[in-house]
Design a protein around this ligand. Structure first.
Ligand SMILES: *Cc1c(COP(=O)(O)O)cnc(C)c1O
Length: 366
């Protein structure tokens, strides 16, 4: 039986992406490869709403490295940062800032607590300089209100850093429109590529700050070096060449299929189909705002974790568990990757069977 993946990433690859490996790859230190990189980053910039030339770099490393490199290169000892901490990824920004000795406060949310204006107001006019947010907190599925965050950042003159890793190519996103200073995305989520590359895009004022900042603690992640090299479509060190070919192909595929709107519509259609079916059979979905990337389902009488195990062991279907105290309470179904409406029908059917099985096992135990 073939694996079916409804996980947040690395997602199931499209056949087109797998076929890229049949092509010849060019040596990366050639102008030809540089042109491929420049053209791809330009297109990617258009998709995230930042069309300034040479304003995006890429790192051969997973998304967390993008987050850490941003902390190292884009903050300094004079900064006072504010972090929206609504789960695993918000906490990661806190951990990174602490690790690098940068002053910060965090707005800590309960897992089912929506972020509101009231949370932010407490921090008005308190000398903060930067706001860090994982726009879609993938660990709970909460999608924060970018307009609210953007207004707050503007009113308080904060540099706005957005980890858009799990919202990009699932929900609308526009760096320019919302005055976002940094966007971090990575290859294995909405872009549906192999894991291993993160992309970081900068506003003009952030580029200026990087230029004036001291050299970061890590030589490998020195953004000044990446920014200089990217003018020729190059990187200081060997990149994941194969993933850049996957990217080139994926950007062409998105164009061919009708552009970003068509891609977003497709994800939305899968998401709405799943949620409608889920509601029909009585699945409980949280009532905080959600991304189209992901649907969390709440379990009250049986363990979500047990259901996930049955889906995996018996049906080769993978959905995401949650960590820590949410392990038994939530499971998460992703709507990105190479999955179809027919796959969702199958998933719903197998979820019902798995739930039945877990319930029966529980009766026997009692
Ligand atoms: C997946 C993800 C990351 C990156 O995690 P890596 O395992 O380092 O790739 C960061 N932020 C969010 C919100 C994510 O969903």
């Amino acid at each position: 039986m073939k694996n079916k993946q409804f996980i947040v990433g690395p997602v199931e690859l499209y056949q087109e992406t797998r076929d890229v490996y049949q092509k010849d790859f060019t040596y990366f230190r050639t102008p030809e490869f540089g042109e491929i990189v420049k053209s791809s980053l330009k297109k990617l910039g258009q998709l995230i709403g930042n069309t300034c030339p040479n304003s995006m770099i890429y790192l051969t490393a997973s998304g967390t490295a993008g987050m850490e490199a941003v902390v190292e290169n884009c903050t300094n000892k004079n900064d006072k940062c504010l972090v929206i901490n609504g789960g695993t990824f918000g906490r990661r920004f806190c951990e990174l800032l602490e690790y690098h000795n940068i002053k910060f406060s965090s707005i800590d949310l309960e897992w089912n607590e929506p972020l509101t204006k009231m949370h932010l107001e407490k921090y008005t006019n308190k000398g903060y300089t930067m706001l860090f947010v994982n726009l879609h907190e993938t660990s709970t599925g909460q999608l924060y209100d970018i307009e609210m965050l953007s207004n707050f950042a503007k009113e308080n003159n904060l540099l706005l850093v957005v980890d858009a890793i799990s919202t990009f190519l699932a929900d609308n996103y526009d760096m320019n429109k919302y005055g976002i200073d940094i966007t971090i995305i990575s290859s294995q989520k909405g872009l549906c590529l192999s894991p291993g590359i993160s992309f970081v895009s900068f506003s003009t004022r952030m580029l200026e700050k990087i230029k004036n900042n001291a050299i970061p603690a890590s030589m490998y992640f020195d953004f000044k070096d990446y920014l200089k090299n990217i003018e020729r479509g190059q990187t200081p060190y060997t990149p994941a060449v194969c993933i850049m070919y996957e990217l080139q192909d994926m950007l062409e595929l998105i164009e061919k299929e009708g552009g970003i709107e068509a891609r977003l519509d497709f994800i939305k259609a899968k998401c709405e189909y799943f949620r409608k079916k889920a509601a029909e059979i009585g699945f409980k979905i949280p009532d905080y705002p959600l991304s189209n990337m992901l649907t969390p389902i709440i379990f009250e009488d049986i363990s979500a974790y047990d259901v996930i195990q049955v889906l995996k062991d018996k049906y080769n279907i993978f959905v995401n568990p949650c960590g820590g105290k949410l392990a038994d309470v939530l499971l998460r179904v992703s709507h990105i990757g190479n999955t179809s409406i027919a796959d969702i029908d199958d998933l719903i059917e197998k979820m019902q069977l798995a739930i039945k099985e877990v319930k029966e096992a529980q009766c026997v135990k009692q």
